[in-house]
Design a binder for this molecule. Structure first.
Ligand code: CO
Length: 494
């Protein structure tokens, strides 16, 4: 009976991964006119996957298998996790799902247009309807203390408002203190990043960096897209994309390392559990911990660039030949409040997240209405980062998430950074030679450590359980704060 359950799950995965291939193509190579039928193809496949997943046969199999005492650990996990997702899906009627899907499409299109025309009001009209539906979704799914909890579960199972409020209160105090110290010092220069860097040479550099991280090109490839992303069709075909700006090399380098970190996680998931929860990533927070760990704890540190800076200088001798490693290091770590989240440094980044978190939490519990969102957004940017929003495209219109109906997603970005700091410190403790090896260009010990401690487990543990198991304690912000204090104290001289 378990075998039949597995057959069905693999079939669903086949359909979902086929959808993912179409979506990857849409973002990379599809000609413009392909849009219409591509949307239809994706929607058809999504419908097929949904029907298979909610079929009577699968529901009955899962119900029976939940009582089966003969299952091994992985099998039990696969059944229990599938039952959990099914149970949630059952609470939403088909009519509700369809209305949500239409509203999301409309809001997304309205957002695109509003962003083009800098016309925020047109977007907010649609967002209002979407927020009402998200409130309804939260109440249909159910929650113990806060409606937002029902929505976070989709991205970070088990995380709650209670926990996030406490965490972000500490983040606010800690980051503010650190930012004040940085602001009191002379600013570092980063103009070296904004010269003219040939796109072809950047492309080759990006590929080489991925190889040096341990990304397996026999099980993946890199292409260009307007927003960098990672997608997976199995652990043996994990694709990344990057974007190249000829007037800013920082853009390509750290988005490439970031996506590389996501991809190493996907390539390290147990391929034998294809299509099953035991072969999937734990949560968005853990996924982001893998990308951030490579991007920041490795890729914005001296050991990594001791190994790679001479290669970068050889690639761009006119631009960087005379720049010292120490100045390059300072440039890549410049801290400065700015408008755009995705372009911000690793300190002020968390202010962007806190603002979105505060707003969406209130939108979902009904203490804030969409008509007041823009005002609150602008006020909070002034209060948290002392910047004035004069253009909504650099303000509330910048991110796609809300127009996709993704409420509860943003906090996982911050969680990822904090998990990354905690995991990296543990890796350094377990492997005292780790940073020496990285400075010699050997990233294998780190990758092996991540594989054994994190990747190989699939969804066997929740994010919180994994953290406790690997590091010996719960998620603790002080790991990130200590790392940041030390690093920025050295860079800015306090
Ligand atoms: Co990411």
């Amino acid at each position: 009976m378990y075998k039949r359950f597995q057959e069905l799950m693999v079939k669903i995965a086949d359909v979902n991964y086929a959808t993912a291939v179409l979506m990857w193509d849409q973002e990379t190579y599809m000609p413009k006119d392909g849009e219409h039928y591509r949307s239809q193809q994706i929607s058809t496949l999504s419908g097929i996957a949904h029907d298979l997943f909610t079929s009577k046969e699968l529901i009955e199999l899962v119900a029976t298998l939940q009582e089966d005492a003969s299952l091994n650990e992985d099998q039990k996990l696969n059944v229990v996790e599938t039952a959990r997702v099914l149970n949630k899906k059952k609470k939403l009627t088909t009519a509700f799902v369809m209305e949500m899907s239409t509203t999301v499409s409309e809001t997304f299109m309205a957002w695109q247009k509003a962003k083009q025309n800098n016309a925020v009001e047109d977007y907010l009209i649609h967002l209002e309807k979407l927020v009402l539906l998200k409130r309804e979704e939260a109440s249909l799914i159910g929650y113990k203390t806060h409606p937002y909890d029902a929505l976070i579960d989709e991205y970070e199972l088990g995380m709650t408002v209670l926990e996030l409020d406490k965490l972000f209160e500490d983040v606010k105090v800690g980051m503010k203190k650190l930012l004040d110290k940085i602001n009191a010092q002379p600013q570092v220069k980063d103009d070296c990043m904004r010269q003219s860097f040939d796109a072809k040479k950047q492309w080759t550099l990006g590929i080489e960096l991925l190889k040096r991280m341990g990304y397996n090109f026999d099980a993946g490839r890199q292409d260009i897209s307007s927003h960098p992303f990672t997608t997976s069709f199995s652990a043996q075909d994990v694709r990344v994309t990057t974007r190249i700006a000829e007037d800013d090399i920082a853009n390509m380098i750290w988005s490439c390392i970031h996506e590389g970190g996501h991809a190493l996680y996907e390539q390290g998931l147990p391929a034998s559990n294809y299509g099953m929860p035991a072969g999937e990533a734990i949560s968005l927070g853990v996924h982001e911990s893998q990308s951030r760990l490579w991007e920041n704890n490795v890729g914005r540190q001296l050991p990594f660039w001791k190994a790679n800076y001479s290669y970068l200088q050889e690639t761009f001798p006119d631009q960087l030949g005379h720049l010292s490693l120490s100045d390059f290091y300072k440039a890549m770590n410049k801290v400065e409040p700015s408008f755009i989240r995705t372009e911000s440094d690793e300190i002020t980044y968390h202010f962007h997240i806190m603002i979105r978190y505060e707003i969406e939490k209130k939108l979902i519990d009904g203490s804030l209405e969409v008509k007041d969102v823009k005002k609150i957004w602008d006020q909070m940017y002034k209060e948290y980062m002392n910047i004035e929003i004069t253009d909504d495209r650099k303000g509330i219109l910048q991110d796609v998430h809300w127009s996709h109906g993704s409420f509860g997603y943003f906090p996982t970005y911050s969680l990822g950074s904090f998990y990354a700091a905690q995991y990296f410190e543990k890796a350094c403790k377990d492997l005292p030679e780790l940073e020496t090896e990285i400075s010699k260009g050997n990233n294998q010990p780190l990758l092996d450590w991540l594989r054994i401690n994190i990747h190989v487990h699939g969804k066997k543990y929740t994010a919180a359980e994994l953290c406790k198991m690997v590091t010996g304690q719960d998620l603790d912000l002080s790991f990130f704060m200590n790392y940041a204090e030390k690093k920025y104290g050295e860079i800015y001289g306090f």
